[in-house]
Design a protein around this ligand. Sequence first.
Ligand code: NAP
Ligand code: MG
Length: 401
Amino acid sequence: MSKIQMTTPLVEMDGDEMTRILWEMIKKELLLPFVDLKTEYYDLGLTYRNETNDQVTVDSANATLKYGVAVKCATITPNAARMTEYNLKEMWKSPNGTIRAMLDGTVFRTPIVVKGIEPCVKNWKKPITLARHAYGDVYKNTEIKVEGPGRAELVFTSADGKETRELIHEFTGAGILQGVHNTDKSIESFARACFGYALDTKQDLWFATKDTISKKYDHNFKDIFQDIYDKEYKAQFDESGITYFYTLIDDAVARVMKAEGGFIWACKNYDGDVMSDMVSSAFGSLAMMTSVLVSPSGVYEYEAAHGTVQRHYYKHLKGEETSTNSVATIFAWTGALRKRGELDENKELTVFADKLEKATLSTIESGKMTKDLALITSLKDVTVLSSEGFIKAIRETFEAM
Ligand code: NAP
Ligand code: MG
């Protein structure tokens, strides 16, 4: 059998710990035997990030801007414990944060739905994709603890020195204050990423804020989305048969619980933080979740939603058998390969990606899975496999297809 050829390389961002081990196994068992894999390789493992003063992360993001599609392994975000463990020169920033800032992207997370792992919400038949705005609001706030009586005002001084003031509150006693902001530029990027992703995946887009209460702040989000939709996307949405739906956040939450799924839910930063954990845990597990960073200029970075699974890695280092779920990492690869195939009009590559995903899901549906899924599945005859055993079982299913 001749291997599938690629025309443009994928940007490959290797990572840390257990996911780095899975990365290698996935390539060896599921990709290299079938695809003449072309990648531009960047080692984002912490050791090499430290050696290069984190330049490798910046280089990998630049390569992503150049080629358009990247696949990323989970990476360690250093904390105090990692400083000693890896003998770091500095507490390097989160690679995801660096890459997100350079690509100006929005992260879309979608549960991977498989028979035997049922969502807790019984009417959810199709996945719900959550799109979280990742800039501003309470995550970039300024706060004051008010000790006693006084007047609090919101003051804006324009570049030419003109002041605008709004009374916040006349305090008669102790209290608290918080200032938050966002920028039109960031909201516009978020909106375009959401509309573009909805077209790309042919799903309806929902967006919600609290604009009835927040008549300027949240209303601005609503207006920007509506304006961009009308001017740039409405015709394409009509043509694709998908809709853009705006409602209040409390109404959206109520409707999501009653819905079937199969749409994208765009959320402001805080709503997205809270609701993505609700949606992902109700669907099963972080290891059964895809995650893609989409920039408004149409650049894609695929990754797993979970971390480096440190606890399993230490077991692995001691020579003990692990049963780590590789589904999200496999889907990061298939997502990137499919997108590369679409952009290069390489049908063989998109078909390969689809097939490998099917083989992964059929393997689970046939009762072969890792321990985390065995604990939550409704299937009866289950075989718990090791990390490597599971990947090999997927290969068998794939080859039989
Ligand atoms: P984690 O790697 O997501 O793992 C937390 C726990 O969740 C694991 O101990 C395991 O539970 C379970 N789990 C997660 N993924 C699994 C999988 N694929 N298969 C089976 N079980 C899985 O989070 P963490 O331990 O808090 O973080 C470890 C490192 O990852 C940190 O250094 C953090 O900075 C980094 N991180 C990276 C990213 C990223 O690159 N996108 C995201 C988050 C965290 P049991 O131990 O109970 O089996
Ligand atoms: Mg959170």
